[in-house]
Write a protein that binds this ligand. Structure first.
Ligand code: ADP
Ligand code: MG
Length: 443
């Protein structure tokens, strides 16, 4: 396995990079884990920071998914291991309150677990990383940063991590909090002169899960407070899990020192589900409600609602409610009728997410690449096309569109629309791509 990874990386990196960082590593497969031994701390930090993500991808690929975790350690196969990277231990178990109470005080939802999270290509890495964190909080990756569009399962995964940690450690202190709630709590603490208590509370947890950190944007006092909380937890090797609608470096309105810290650990994306995953999720949710969903109905709904799992669930709930109300079974005909309004509304207004997903698929890119800061031509053109389509097909303003494309400026969107307009006149290939996409999105 490692030899295959090495061979692949040799082709991808410059020989200096390869010789400096990859060649000195020794590897050993340990169950589903690839242990990488680096000769010293410096090589360890560097390779982990720069190549971990790619290495995990390669491992998963070459092992057909059976090895998808990597542990970095300092040491060598032939020598005694010198030190082991990161190991933290929880305090000895105190008499544990019951699970329900502990979950409630951690703000965790018992329904959001790994068992109820359907795995697909779009969420594989994020799920694997989250499981790893759940099993080894504080020692695997810190922080874990999950990013992706609305309704794709970020919150679900964070709760799943929290639930696993709680279940396996009777004395672990876990807190899940939406970033807006963090801000609100902090303000309340300030008003009531309880800021020290606030600090103490959050700096003494074993796992802090903060959702939607993009809402910290522009809130400087909260960022300051969170910065210190982050440092305290990071230094004592307690687990931090963060989520956002975009890549850490692209969260606008965030102090640079936070942005860079957010990228210190492992960053994973969740992309919109493919059709098979959507169908599997529908079946899973149907089973949870206690109904059986015919295959043709699942495919019909999955095909029509593609870019948001929350909406997928909404459609299912509507079907079930309608069926219970009318006493009719859920057939394809029934579904088409019951969802008519939902689908019509959806068809009329193409969403920006839908456009991004369609354009990404069309050009065989990842949606996250379209939102990233990367500027290579192979990304820039599709991105400009997607922005132009968003301007054409939705009612969103230029700043809104810019924001939806990784927090870009409205002038960037304006420039994109102009560029594409002139290219469509001069470049038949672009014109054809544009027309094709327009047809796909509006048919
Ligand atoms: P986000 O936080 O990314 O906006 P959520 O985690 O709130 O999205 O997910 C929206 C809904 O979709 C939730 O009810 C969640 O349970 C469901 N969901 C998302 N991904 C999956 C999945 N892979 N399997 C099952 N349900 C999922
Ligand atoms: Mg969420």
């Amino acid at each position: 396995l490692w030899d295959q990874c090495v061979k692949q990386l040799k082709g991808e990196l410059t020989s200096a990079e390869f010789n400096t960082w990859i060649l000195p590593l020794q590897a050993r497969v340990d169950g589903g884990l690839l242990r990488l031994l680096a000769p010293n701390r410096f090589v360890l930090d560097w390779t982990q920071k720069h190549y971990e993500r790619r290495l995990i991808e390669l491992c998963a690929q070459f092992s057909d998914g059976s090895v998808c975790h990597i542990a970095f350690e300092v040491g060598g196969l032939d020598r005694e291991r010198v030190t082991v990277a990161g190991h933290s231990r929880y305090e000895p178990p105190a008499p544990a309150p019951d699970m329900g109470e502990r979950r409630a005080s951690a703000n965790l939802n018992a329904d959001f677990t790994f068992d109820t999270f359907v795995e697909g290509k779009s969420n594989q890495l994020a799920r694997a990383a989250s499981m790893q964190i759940g099993q080894n909080p504080g020692t695997a990756y810190n922080p874990l940063f999950i990013y992706g569009g609305v309704g794709l399962g970020k919150t679900h995964l964070m709760h799943a991590v929290g639930n696993v940690i709680l279940a396996s450690n009777p004395s672990a202190r876990v807190v899940y909090l939406h970033s807006e709630r963090f801000v609100a709590e902090m303000i309340k603490a300030l008003q009531h002169n309880r800021i020290d208590e606030f600090k103490k509370t959050y700096r003494s947890v074993n796992a802090l899960l903060i959702d939607d950190v993009q809402f910290f944007a522009g809130k400087e006092r909260s960022q300051e407070e969170f910065f210190h909380t982050f440092n305290a937890l990071f230094e004592s090797r307690q687990q931090i899990v963060l989520s956002s609608d975009r890549f850490p470096k692209e969260v606008v309105g965030l102090e640079e020192r936070l942005r860079s810290r957010f990228g210190w650990g492992l960053t994973v994306s969740i992309d919109p589900p493919d059709l098979e995953t959507s169908v599997a999720i529908l079946h899973c949710k149907a089973t949870q409600i206690g109904i059986e969903l015919p295959e043709d109905v699942a495919f019909f709904v999955g095909r029509r609602i593609r870019s948001n799992i929350r909406e997928l669930e909404g459609a299912l709930r509507r079907l079930v409610a309608n069926s219970q109300f009318t006493g009719k079974p859920i057939t394809l005909e029934f579904a088409k009728h019951a969802l008519k309004d939902v689908l019509a509304a959806q068809d009329k207004q193409v969403s920006i997410e839908n456009i991004q997903k369609t354009v990404a698929e069309y050009f065989k890119l990842r949606t996250s690449d379209l939102l990233s800061a990367k500027r290579s031509r192979s990304l820039a053109r599709p991105r400009q096309i997607a922005m132009t389509l968003a301007k054409e097909l939705t009612k969103h303003s230029l700043p809104e569109i810019g924001n939806a494309f990784g927090g870009r400026d409205h002038t960037t969107v304006l420039h994109a629309t102009r560029k594409i307009k002139s290219l469509r006149d001069s470049d038949a290939g672009i014109e054809e791509d544009y027309k094709n996409l327009l047809r796909i999105l509006t048919s």
